[in-house]
Design a protein around this ligand. Structure first.
Ligand SMILES: [Ca+2]
Ligand SMILES: [Ca+2]
Length: 385
């Protein structure tokens, strides 16, 4: 918990620093370049999944059509999906003059919470009551690994005033890549089947990221007063009804048309690590798996872990638990080209006899040294060295 608070504090602090940096340079660096977002065609009615990302009914048993995928097939699938055109869910346009804020600021957490009765996360950006419904847009580590930079993803949580149903959806947008969403009570958060939010253009410069608590990060593009519009049907689309929206699958590099991408019998939405179902084939694999499970249990959100060997089965996840995205080096490079520089986790295992090993967990900005011991029942456990 302490680490999470520290990371959040650093991220918030750096976010503010970047605001100052971008704001000062806005007039000189204003550009017409906009993010590549556009309208997506609607899928046929019968392909729309009934599942919602956070509506977690008992998982239906999955009988994978293809069976467990071999490592090479997983690898080719990941690279192919990273080459696919991104799903467009949101459009960006200039903010209409009538919606311009007269006063900036005033979006502190207490005032955001005072507007609504819906649960408002600590990383809330904006809240609104629209007719009888309520919503909150917030930053989340669910699909973007925590870093010192604060480039978390944006999500929207909505409560329908008539039915009382709640949903929590990824917007497919990440802070500073290239937009930063801002509070503007004059923009109706939900209107005509769309989520609408004011945004600023503040594209982080990956070359300025050092993965240490950096003094500042710089931006490559800046601009103010944009309007982001995301169609709810695009945000909600879950074509294979596996509990993950298409937008979420895009970030997890899973197949949006296959409910069980790795074919291990656990549907993508319930799989801690939906890319990989191999069993450990060595003692070192067993230790690696124990360390990966430790990481998944340490902090919610998404952990990007680099591994060169076969992707091991990390099992099923509980509600709100972390996910582990295991990537090979070349996949990580392609992932970073698409989603920006991300600090991966590297687990190194050195066997020290049959039932002992040393483990190093390197998160770029921190390193943990652990001892692994195997008990009489064959289970590996880890303790800090
Ligand atoms: Ca899906
Ligand atoms: Ca699976």
């Amino acid at each position: 918990m302490e680490r999470r608070r520290r990371m959040r504090a650093i991220a918030v602090m750096l976010g503010v620093l970047v605001v100052g940096c971008g704001g000062a340079a806005t007039s000189a660096r204003e550009t017409r370049t906009e993010p590549t977002v556009s309208e997506a065609p609607s899928p046929p009615e019968e392909t729309r999944g009934e599942e919602r990302e956070e509506a977690r009914a008992a998982p239906a048993p999955i009988v994978p059509a293809h069976g467990p995928l071999a490592e090479d097939d997983l690898h080719h699938g990941v690279l192919a999906r990273l080459r696919d055109a991104p799903f467009p869910a949101c459009t960006v346009e200039p903010l209409p003059p009538a919606l311009r804020r007269r006063v900036r600021g005033g979006d502190d957490l207490a005032s955001l919470r005072a507007r609504v009765s819906i649960d408002v996360p600590d990383d809330a950006i904006t809240t609104a009551r629209v007719d009888a419904s309520e919503g909150v847009v917030y930053r989340s580590a669910a699909l973007d690994p925590r870093s010192d930079v604060g480039d978390l993803g944006y999500r929207v949580r909505l409560r329908d005033g008539t039915s009382g149903t709640e949903e929590d959806l990824a917007l497919g947008l990440t802070a500073m890549r290239p937009l930063v969403l801002v509070d503007n009570p004059m923009v109706r958060l939900v209107d005509a089947g769309e989520v609408r939010i004011e945004a600023e253009l503040r594209a982080i410069d990956d070359a300025s990221i050092e993965f240490r608590p950096a003094d500042a990060t710089s931006t490559t593009r800046d601009g103010r007063e944009r309007l982001v519009r995301c169609r709810l049907e695009d945000l909600r689309r879950d074509q294979d009804a596996d509990g993950l929206t298409d937008l979420t699958e895009q970030r997890l590099l899973t197949d949006a048309w296959d409910p069980d991408t790795d074919g291990d019998g656990t549907r993508d939405g319930d799989d801690v690590s939906p890319l990989g179902s191999a069993a450990p084939s060595s003692d070192a694999d067993g230790v690696w798996l124990a360390a990966a499970r430790e990481i998944a249990g340490d902090e919610e959100g998404l952990h990007v872990v680099v591994r060169s060997g076969a992707r091991l089965d990390l099992g099923a996840r509980g509600e709100g638990a972390a996910r582990v995205l295991v990537l090979r080096e070349d996949e990580l490079a392609a992932y970073q080209r698409r989603y920006g520089l991300r600090a991966p986790v590297v687990i190194a295992v050195r066997m020290r006899g049959r039932d002992r090993a040393e483990v190093t967990i390197d998160r770029v900005w921190s390193q943990s040294l652990l001892d692994a011991r195997r008990d009489a029942s064959g289970v590996w456990s880890l303790v800090a060295r």
